[in-house]
Design a protein around this ligand. Structure first.
Ligand code: HPA
Length: 275
């Protein structure tokens, strides 16, 4: 697909959403990660659209991801919530993984809030801590900007000096303090791996050695696409398992969901404050 065909697809998806929502114009885009869907309950939903009905939208294959776009208000602000995201390990191309983020930008969002579940590599982290992502390392086998550049969205060689918005990070830390969450809110580097298998002990040691505080299978492609479009990003990881030497044990998916459930109210409070 060339770049103008790709732009046509993005515009068709955006036009469908606008037609279904009386041209609702969200200010903030929110991507909800694994087991973190409860924030959706806080949204006063004006329009709910299944991904399956939106032209060119991929379909979620992961059970814990709902596959719905919610348009409505959160704390009085207009939001577009992607309830369910796409991962490279599901077999999608990187362009498909980031298509929803690009469509939200065409709908008019001016900032993006992202959440994910991640393994804690930093030995000081505890289960159900929140980590504000302040930088990342991309170990995915590609990225969404490879191929013809979508000139209408952004430049061929976007800058990555500050992928996570300093002002949003400052506000998130202030909100965490005000909400009494300072002790469980960390800051650090997220490394994105393809998955779907979790890491070996040697891989966890390697990821720590190269400078990461948490590891997960998402987020970085979406952030790259957002930064290509100059969208300010705040991203938060929920630490669902501990991967530092001495803490390592077999990861059970149910434990990841349980940890996400513990952190969910805190993440919800924080995102609410940020919107
Ligand atoms: N590794 C990769 N992805 C993850 C992990 C992990 O330990 N925990 C949650 N997502």
């Amino acid at each position: 697909m060339n770049s103008s065909e790709h732009m046509v697809q993005l515009r068709e998806a955006a036009a469908y959403i606008q037609a279904q929502s009386a041209r609702f114009q969200p200010e903030t885009g929110i991507i909800l990660g694994t087991g973190l869907g409860a924030l959706a309950k806080e949204v006063e939903v004006a329009h709910e659209i299944n991904y399956a009905d939106i032209p060119h939208f991929p379909l979620s294959t992961v059970e814990s991801h709902a596959g719905r776009l919610l348009l409505g208000t959160l704390g009085g602000k207009k939001v577009a919530v992607l309830q369910g995201r796409f991962h490279y390990y599901e077999g999608y191309t990187m362009q498909q993984v980031v298509l929803p983020v690009r469509v939200l930008k065409l709908l008019g969002i001016s900032k993006l809030l992202v959440s994910n579940a991640a393994g804690g590599l930093n030995p000081e982290f505890r289960i159900a801590d929140l980590m504000l992502i302040d930088d990342h390392i991309n170990l995915q086998p590609g990225n969404p900007l490879i191929g013809p550049n979508l000139d209408e969205l952004g430049p061929r060689f976007p800058d990555m000096f500050a992928p996570y918005d300093a002002e949003l990070l400052r506000r998130a830390e202030a909100a965490a303090r005000e909400l009494g969450l300072a002790d469980t809110t960390r800051r650090g580097v997220y490394v994105s791996v393809p998955g779907p298998m979790l890491e070996t002990p040697a891989e966890y040691r390697y990821l720590r050695t190269i400078g990461a505080d948490a590891v997960g299978m998402s987020t970085v492609p979406e952030v790259i696409a957002a930064r290509h479009m100059s969208l300010p990003v705040l991203a938060v990881s929920v630490i669902t398992d501990l991967c530092a030497p001495g803490h390592l044990k077999p990861v059970v998916l149910a434990d990841i969901f349980a940890a996400a459930a513990v952190a969910e109210p805190r993440l919800t409070q924080l995102i609410r404050a940020m919107v």
